[in-house]
Design a binder for this molecule. Sequence first.
Ligand code: B1M
Length: 634
Amino acid sequence: MTEEIFNKLAEAVVSGNKDEAVELSNKALEEGVDPYEAIIEGLAKGMEIVSDNYEKGTAFVPHLLIASNAMYGGMDVLTPHMKTEGAAKPSNVVIGTVEGDVHDIGKNLVKTMMTAGGFNLIDLGHDVPLEKFIETAKENQADVISMSALMTTTMVGMEKVIEMLQEDGLRDSLIVMVGGAPISEEFAEAIGADKTAPDALHASHWVKDAVSELPPSEERWSDEKINLSKIKYREILSKKKVKSKTDIGLETARQIIDEFESVGVKTKEEMSHADRSLAAMADKKVDRLPVYPLACGVLRKFADASYKDYALDPAKFAESAFLGAKYLDLDMFVGLIDLSATSADFGCKIKYPEDDTPSSEGHLDDYEKLEVPDVKEGTRAYELIKASKLAKDKLNKELGTPFVGFHEGPLLTLTQLMGADRVLMDMKTNPDVVLEAVQKCTDYICQVSEVFFEEDACDALCIDNLWSNNVIMGEDDYWKFDGKFVYDQHLPIFKKYDQPYIIHNCADAVHFDTQIKKFGTALYSYAYYEKSKDKGSQNYADLIPKYGDTCCMMGEVNPIEFMDNSPEGIQKIENDTEELLKGVLETLKENGMQSKYVMSTGCEVPPGGPLTGVKAMVDKVKELGPQFQKEIIG
Ligand code: B1M
């Protein structure tokens, strides 16, 4: 009987049926089943099954979220009845995504799996000030700090938290676990963390074992231990180099400007930027492949502008784009500022840090209250269009460089507005409400594109249709909640203005057939994750043969490399650029093509990094491109 209830509880979680999980949990209590066992053998088992399916690629994030909702529903019923007397206190885990980083889907999965593993989770959310981890750990005499970071620009915050723990003598009082896509074992070790794990399931399993080996809490948190630890780490901390406070973006921008002013553009090239870019999109003869590392915000350093100015002051934006394109001799510029311009106009609160990418925060409560705004003076979209027009005119006139406008697609607008986790879950529990909201977002983004074209504010327009990501949702859901809206309503706007459809998607395993073949996309900016190749991430060698006949692909040097300004780091960018250039040309040739590819990065070059890598990549293509073009293509 007990076994049967456990199995049913697990099934309720697997099917994401919260009502059933609650009902069965009540039944378990009525029948005298131990609530702790019902959680561990029933609810948590179900969560492990779904999580395992996710890792195998047979379940997606919305499924994980409804399963987790069902698990929490059952736990709310069972937890108050757990025997506390004599039972071991659950270990406290302080969890959050570090400061500057709003990515929280992975962190929430880790939270769910650790909760399923029997831990008490204290969730600080995302964009968590680093001191908050320490304060909360102290308040709760925590056993574990679990930090997530999804960006190279924010992962450094994890090291700072560890240093603060060392300074306060707390490092040995708890376990520090770090994780997220850019976090490697080497990185975790180098910053002094105890462990990282590739996914939520492994994280939860590891931490369970590690906590069982910890000495008792009173011992770890005793004054004596803390004082000894302070002494131990004082020496280690003093040996650490005082990190330089120089603005590496500004410094490298100045070096590049000085070099440019003394030598100018080194090589006189056969084609103009615009002619080369247009020829490549049409697979016509070129002197070399176009090159444009997706350097957007980082170029503001040439204009000595803060990110806030780059985002909000059209003149500063145009100046940044112009100077960047001039000093680096870029073949195009993509006007990516952040991903929240359209959601801001629906009333989403946006945080504009002085020198970091803006992000949406304080999501809206009610889908039904969404009202489609008009693109007009004062809206953020209109400001973006105005800024784009200024930049386009200057780039075209003074440099002959094309300007590509940029804004968000429908589902991205909605997730920025309402929060990604919520929308992804509501797709399963409240699909009609989500569909109605996506419709409103579609109405708005169609207007925004139309005004871009009407105002002649770009040479072409790129849309961030981010959620076509097999790691996050399956093909059917993508089509239902985003693709169909793009296909039925957004694409016709591009047709009306005779404009090519351009997509930027920095996700891992994209539904390319839909986003390229079905949409008839002309230029596709993609990312490639070697680590996720077995999960569907594809590189040029996969993509050109499949889509090269209709679409010009644009990727894939890893943007994270651009943070490393050391001679070895620059050498790596040069080597990767050379390898990509050669490989792409050979693949084009094998497939009867000659130029349909733009040498680029899989996503935006980190806006807080140096500019040296961007220059190295462009220069390498300029140096080797013409020769390779002749040798390989003929
Ligand atoms: Co952004 N984004 N994003 N994004 N985004 C990335 C992270 C990026 C890698 C894309 C790319 O370059 N190809 C890139 C960072 C590049 C870099 O490192 N420099 C990037 C960028 C640049 C940005 C913006 C700056 C874009 C812009 O505005 N110009 C902006 C950042 C804003 C900010 O944070 N200040 C931005 C915004 C967004 C959205 C808001 C639109 C959205 C996030 C929505 C949300 O989370 N609420 C978003 C998304 C969805 C992504 C990608 C496509 C997917 C991330 C994700 O949710 N993956 C991402 C590309 C990618 O990673 N493939 C990208 C699924 C999730 C389940 O996986 O979080 O990795 P993940 O968690 C895994 C494991 O890592 C592990 O377990 C989980 C699975 O079980 N794990 C742990 C996680 N934490 C762990 C902790 C552990 C152990 C394991 O121990 C403690």
